[in-house]
Design a protein around this ligand. Structure first.
Ligand SMILES: Nc1ncnc2c1ncn2[C@@H]1O[C@H](COP(=O)(O)OP(=O)(O)OP(=O)(O)O)[C@@H](O)[C@H]1O
Length: 252
């Protein structure tokens, strides 16, 4: 992979209490690419994702060890403010989770307001809604509650909200699993556009989706990274039998 990856993970381990759920994971994600994280239920995909922006440590009793580097900077070193870090490494969750009492516009602006932003929000709101491919559908009703949107629209609103604070990396934990095929296709299309500016790591259970949207794939099994590489190779010529069995649907 590239000499200067956007994200570099070195010997990452994670626990919930005594339960060791990630073992010795090392990989790199090049800038402006999409990496799909795949593997059977419980293999540690979400935990891995949550270690990348230090959300894992928010769970009581959870801890991790090893290194995560963003542009070479160790995210776990003393002095790194996890709240600031989570602006650089944003996250979109499985279920759309807009702030239910806020309007569409205020949802996009929420992170900026929290950061004390005082400029003109309208331009940023429009830019982010356009980037999230939602602008045309909501431009005439920005003051409507976010809950008046469909599930797929709400998920794109959450993507717009994540983009508003100008992250460098976007983590997506099964972002389309609660959506219908049309909304899923929109999210996948959007990922192609977003990767020009952002580095994306997506957890997905859907092999076709991984093959469609990602440049690189990482296959996890029981807390270990079995194999990572270019998506095309992982799907057509994997180096490990377990990867082949998983991507061809023999288990999982
Ligand atoms: N809050 C928690 N407390 C204790 N154990 C947890 C917690 N969250 C996850 N685990 C355990 O950690 C392991 C990894 O879970 P994780 O959610 O990362 O897997 P996953 O691959 O994302 O699964 P899925 O595909 O089902 O979402 C599992 O054994 C799970 O039971």
């Amino acid at each position: 992979m590239s000499a200067d990856p956007k994200l570099r993970v070195e010997r990452l381990q994670a626990w919930f209490g005594d339960r060791h759920v990630l073992r010795d994971v090392s990989l790199e994600v090049p800038a402006s690419s999409v990496m799909a994280v795949i593997g059977p239920s419980g293999c540690g995909k979400s935990t891995f994702l949550r270690c990348l922006n230090r959300m894992h440590e928010l769970v009581p009793g959870a801890r991790s060890d090893g290194g995560v580097f963003l542009d070479g900077e160790d995210l776990y070193r003393r002095g790194v403010d996890p709240v600031l870090l989570r602006r650089r490494v944003g996250m979109v969750f499985q279920r759309p989770n807009p702030f239910p009492t806020m309007s569409i516009r205020d949802n996009v602006a929420a992170g900026l307001k929290l950061n004390g932003f005082r400029g003109t929000l309208d331009e940023i709101v429009e830019r982010c809604l356009r980037q999230a491919a939602l602008w045309d559908e909501v431009k005439d009703r920005l003051k409507a509650p976010a809950t008046s949107l469909s599930g797929g629209q709400q998920q794109r609103l959450c993507i717009a909200r994540a983009l508003a604070v100008e992250p460098e990396v976007l983590l997506m934990d099964e972002p389309a699993s609660a959506l219908d095929p049309v909304a899923t296709a929109k999210i996948e299309e959007l990922m192609h556009e977003l990767k020009e500016r952002y580095t994306i790591v997506i957890v997905t259970h859907n092999m076709q989706q991984a093959a469609r949207v990602s440049d690189y794939t990482a296959f996890f099994y029981m807390g270990e990274l079995v194999e990572t590489g270019a998506t095309e190779r992982i799907f057509t010529n994997p180096g490990e039998q377990r990867t082949e069995d998983y991507v061809t649907g023999k288990f999982g």
